[in-house]
Design a protein around this ligand. Structure first.
Ligand SMILES: Cc1cc2nc3c(=O)[nH]c(=O)nc-3n(C[C@H](O)[C@H](O)[C@H](O)COP(=O)(O)OP(=O)(O)OC[C@H]3O[C@@H](n4cnc5c(N)ncnc54)[C@H](O)[C@@H]3O)c2cc1C
Length: 620
């Protein structure tokens, strides 16, 4: 029934979809096996993409030829650029998403992708010989062969869901758990752990009184994720904000003794930055209210996601407490919140390509590696799909540097340091975040996508043109002056000091709160010079003018750091021959097998003096 594939991807969540699409677009024959074709790219929790640091990841995946940005744009119901009042390194695109449309768009995109077959079934085991994977076994008893396998099982491996004292096996509400894979991999010598997460109840939006809540609209001129010419709706749906209160907290506390979170019935660590409402009440007892974001799940559905109210308390307690929130007095519940615990594989067992060190040609991506979040999963899937293809076609592996992408930071963090709790991306994890901005992801990464074959010549040419045009515009502002009589009314209206002599446009853009678009309105030469340029090119020039000196300093730091980062360590390097490093460092170095001195320096337990000694040996 099945001939041999180049690659089998197990699971069609955010990681699996990107992995399958990337490898197929590169030319591998791919079979995507997923338990339920009705839940391809299902958003298990919040219907939103992007956010702080996560939005940058979506843009990076898009810049290299992944699909997440395009699909998000097609299903956006509200868009906001977060942190716009801060520096550009913090600007983060976030979109409220139509959950059903997102899943449908992903499925249609996969159906349109050449070299990609889909099979609905559950994988129960791997075909492994001589520590090399060569296919999978399914619950229908079928054995399907492939040269490589990417596992992206999400929260499904031995998943157990909890609502109060009730407990069900399952990978997500109304879906079966996956058994067999963890057990086999553990038997083969891999280590598995347990993590947990939770989700809030969903309610019927027709039963809410929005007049008691604050409206929260998106941006007036909504942006988007993809650098391609995707169209986004200029219509937006409103979200709302309301708050819990003492009565809500007291009611929730009635259920604490039945809460699996407090009775210790759930094993594993949960996401610290996405706590349940019971956790928040417990940890921040001094707070008399917590914010609740009331978010529509789509354009046409009345289903509402109660963001901030993640809970696994008994459903009747959830319901009683919800009705005490302003605007929720008559709320009808569609689905209760629940918690889930699942298996993951500590990611220090992977190499930087996301291939397992133990079993050749087996790659792991997404929540299975201890991460949380669609964006974190999508970018790992994308990278695993690429690297699986590269490996089986004997091409170079793709390892992203920490200084060139959030994707590089994420994978390096996971593989080098591991994670004890669900890992999510933050801007603070990226030491070179000033360079890793959402506005320049295409400039940073499209050449890489192009070299791989995922970005067309035309698309790369557009990026190159943008850089050339932005540089030319910066140059123009340095030579072109502005009359003070033209500038002063605009400066006054924006609360900036007026001029007492004519200046170059460049020096005005250097001022806070003054942008090129403000000056275009009052300077005919600038308006003329920019009339054929798009918004992004003008923005790129403005960011360069305002932050050029900071970028230069950061680039100098990166150049210094790359000297260490580029110092390669051979995979079979024998750390036993170094006598003067600590026992802990030796053990960790053997376990992680760092590729470079830079990676070695980030392993916990490896000290700067261990690195100095190691450097001497490598230089020998
Ligand atoms: C209850 C809940 C709450 C969550 N809360 C949050 C949150 O607050 N914040 C946040 O950022 N993230 C949250 N998440 C996590 C978020 O859903 C994941 O990070 C993201 O979906 C992971 O993507 P993935 O592709 O790794 O896995 P998933 O999206 O889980 O997809 C896994 C896919 O694999 C398929 N599959 C699994 N096993 C098999 C098998 N053996 N054979 C065939 N197919 C298989 C499944 O059917 C599914 O399609 C939550 C998840 C759940 C379930």
């Amino acid at each position: 029934m099945f001939s041999k594939y180049d690659l089998i991807v197990v699971g069609a969540g955010h990681a699996g979809c990107e992995a399958a699409a990337a490898a197929a677009n590169l030319g591998s024959s791919v079979l995507l096996i997923t338990m339920n074709m009705g839940t391809i790219a299902q958003m298990s929790c919040n219907p939103a993409m992007g956010g702080v640091a996560k939005g940058q990841i979506v843009r990076e995946v898009d810049a290299m030829g992944g699909y997440s940005g395009i699909i998000s744009d097609k299903s956006t119901i509200q868009f906001r650029m977060l942190n716009k009042s801060k520096g550009p390194a913090m600007w983060s695109p976030r979109a409220q998403i139509d959950r059903m449309r997102f899943a449908e768009e992903w499925r249609l995109a996969l159906e349109r992708t050449a070299n990609l077959d889909i099979w609905q079934d559950s994988v129960v085991g791997l075909l492994v010989k001589d520590n090399t994977v060569y296919g999978v076994k399914t619950s229908l008893g079928i054995e399907i062969e492939s040269t490589a396998v990417v596992l992206t099982n999400g929260t499904f491996l031995n998943g157990v869901m909890h609502i109060g004292e009730k407990k069900f096996g399952g990978g997500r509400t109304a879906e079966r758990a996956s058994t067999g894979i963890t057990e086999q991999l553990v038997e083969l010598g891999m280590e598995a752990g347990r993590m947990k997460t939770g989700t809030p109840p969903r309610v019927d939006g027709r039963s809410l009184d929005y007049s008691k809540m604050e409206e929260q609209w998106g941006d007036e001129n909504p942006g988007k994720f993809s650098y391609t010419d995707t169209e986004v709706s200029t219509d937006q749906r409103c979200c709302w904000i309301t708050y819990t209160n003492d009565n809500v907290h007291e009611t929730l506390k009635e259920g604490f003794e039945k809460s699996p979170m407090f009775t210790g019935r759930i094993k594993g660590l949960g996401p610290r930055y996405c706590p349940s409402i019971e956790d928040k009440i417990n940890r921040f007892a001094e707070r008399d209210r917590h914010q609740i974001f009331v978010e529509p799940e789509g354009w046409n559905t009345c289903e509402i996601y109660v963001n901030g109210f993640s809970t696994s308390l008994p459903e009747d307690v959830q319901f009683k407490a919800l009705r005490l929130i302003p605007g929720f007095e008559q709320a009808k519940m569609f689905r209760p919140g629940y918690a889930i615990e699942y298996d993951f594989f500590p990611p220090t067992q992977l190499s930087l390509t996301l291939e397992t060190k133990l079993i050749s040609n087996l790659f792991l991506a997404g929540q299975i590696n201890g991460t949380t979040g669609y964006e974190e999963a999508a970018c790992q899937g994308f990278m695993a799909g690429i690297n699986a293809h590269q490996k089986i076609t004997d091409k170079h592996e793709l390892i992203m540097k920490r200084s060139e992408s959030y994707i590089g930071v994420l994978i390096d963090d996971l593989v080098t340091k591991g994670t004890e709790e669900p890992y999510r991306m933050f801007t603070s994890r990226a030491e070179h975040r000033l360079l890793l901005r959402q506005d320049n992801a295409d400039i940073r990464l499209s050449p890489i996508g192009h070299e791989l074959g995922l970005i067309s010549d035309e698309r790369l040419a557009k990026v190159t043109q943008k850089v050339t045009d932005a540089d030319a515009l910066v140059k123009f502002t340095k030579s072109q002056g502005i009359e003070m009589t033209d500038a002063n009314p605009m400066l006054e209206s924006l609360g900036s000091n007026t001029l007492n002599q004519n200046v170059k446009i460049h020096s005005l853009v250097g001022r806070p709160h003054i942008g090129l678009q403000d000056i275009i309105k009052v300077s005919k030469p600038l308006a003329e010079a920019t009339k054929v340029l798009d918004k992004e090119t003008i923005e790129q020039a403005e960011i360069k003018i305002k932050y050029e000196s900071y970028f230069e300093k950061e680039n100098e730091i990166v150049a210094k750091m790359l000297k260490m980062e580029d110092k390669e360590i051979k995979p079979d390097f024998d750390y036993n021959k170094i006598v003067s490093i600590s026992k802990e460092a030796r053990e960790k170095l053997f376990k992680i097998k760092p590729r470079t001195l830079g990676q070695a320096s980030r392993i916990s337990g490896v000290s700067p003096s261990d690195i100095s000694v190691l450097m001497v040996y490598i230089n020998k």
